[in-house]
Design a protein around this ligand. Structure first.
Ligand code: NAD
Ligand code: 4TP
Length: 321
């Protein structure tokens, strides 16, 4: 098998994306072949760059300079101050990275953070995040978000929607498909032969026997029981507040959660520096750091690249698994 080649999409250029990509290249250049797609003007000053015209040129150059597939943006960048004129460039770069992965020209993509509101305001972006955009670009039936670190793996069943919309969006069909994709990909891509899954409840105390909400009694518990009877190693629904302490975490490989913050608060609290966002259910491999654009520190040279480095490492491992 040939060594993996990872395409990094630039993300929001006014955020920390270009800086963490340059730092990740410096840390990994002898271990992982990569290329960066974006406008070279947006990289931190002094980043050694080698412009390429085709992905296959990247591997031999990567040790000496960051291989760059140029994508011209409308405007230069002021760190921390997004320019709406650049929004369409950010979106197009993601699509270009996906095309490369789908054609087999790269083994995986690693996406630097985007600012969703900037893309909506600047280019009418029709998706609330990468996950949903990647689902559409790849015609995947359903993309599933997982955040993973050595401490924990969490999977939100509903993703980027308002909290008030969660109960209506949660359906037996959505939960079943999320669990099926999680179980499949944890086996196929993470080498866990029989993943141990737990399901969090939606309501306080997983509904307290119907006293604090009925979703658990009415359909979540029956669905989990059905899936266990079908052969999955799955239990729940468990109260969300006691699912993430150390001894609870030792009993499962991934926690299926009901909404974004139920899943992401525990992992970002336990392991913000090393958490990786990985999209399951796609025909391509996609990872990303677990943090956002961090406008408050952009351009200062202080951004921690560890999550980006872990995202690159995970993409490379998945590409060779
Ligand atoms: N993968 C992605 O595209 C992705 C992931 C998360 C958030 N976002 C988006 O990013 C934007 C900003 O989100 P936010 O402010 O909630 O979260 P954020 O992660 O950008 O920032 C939260 C805090 O963490 C700090 N931080 C983040 N990354 C850091 C790093 N590498 N090193 C040091 N400190 C770091 C920031 O300075 C800030 O204080 C939003 O539009 C959000 O949707 C995108
Ligand atoms: N929900 C993610 C997080 O907070 O880490 C983030 O918004 C990124 O989502 P996408 O990968 O869908 O852009």
């Amino acid at each position: 098998m040939s060594a993996p080649l990872i395409a990094i999409s630039c993300g929001e250029p006014a955020g920390v994306g270009p800086e963490i990509a340059a730092k990740a290249w410096a840390a990994l250049r002898d271990d992982i072949s990569m290329l960066w797609i974006g406008d070279p003007r947006h990289l931190p000053e002094g980043t050694p760059v080698s412009e390429i015209s085709a992905p296959q040129q990247a591997a031999s150059l990567c040790g000496d300079a960051l291989p760059v597939l140029r994508h011209d943006f409308a405007a230069p960048v002021r760190p921390g101050v997004p320019d709406l004129q650049n929004a369409s460039g950010v979106i197009d770069v993601i699509a270009r990275a996906v095309d490369l992965a789908r054609s087999g020209a790269v083994s995986a993509i690693c996406t630097a953070p985007i600012h969703k509101k900037v893309l909506i305001d600047g280019a009418g972006f029709a998706y609330p995040g990468h996950t949903e955009y990647l689902e559409a670009l790849t015609d995947a039936p359903r993309a599933v978000m997982m955040l993973a670190s050595d401490a924990l793996r969490v999977i939100p069943t509903t993703i980027h929607i308002a909290l008030e919309d969660v109960p209506g969006a949660l359906t037996p069909d959505l939960l079943r498909h999320t669990i099926e994709i999680a179980a499949h990909d944890l086996k196929a891509q993470f080498g866990i032969p029989a993943p141990r899954l737990v399901v969090a409840g939606l309501n306080p105390h997983a509904g307290e026997g119907g006293a604090m909400g009925r979703q658990e009694l009415d359909w979540i518990a029956p669905l989990v029981a059905d899936m266990a009877a079908e052969g999955l190693d799955i239990t729940g629904p468990w109260p969300g507040d006691t699912l993430f302490h150390a001894s609870a975490r030792s009993r499962y490989d991934a926690a299926i959660c009901m909404y974004h913050d139920q899943a992401l608060i525990p992992i970002k609290t336990l392991d913000f520096d090393r958490g990786v966002n990985v999209t399951l259910g796609l025909p391509i491999i996609r990872t990303s750091p677990d943090h956002g654009t961090a406008f408050d520190i952009a351009g200062q040279g202080v951004a921690n690249p560890t999550s980006m480095i872990e995202a690159m490492r995970l993409a490379a491992r998945m590409a060779t698994s």
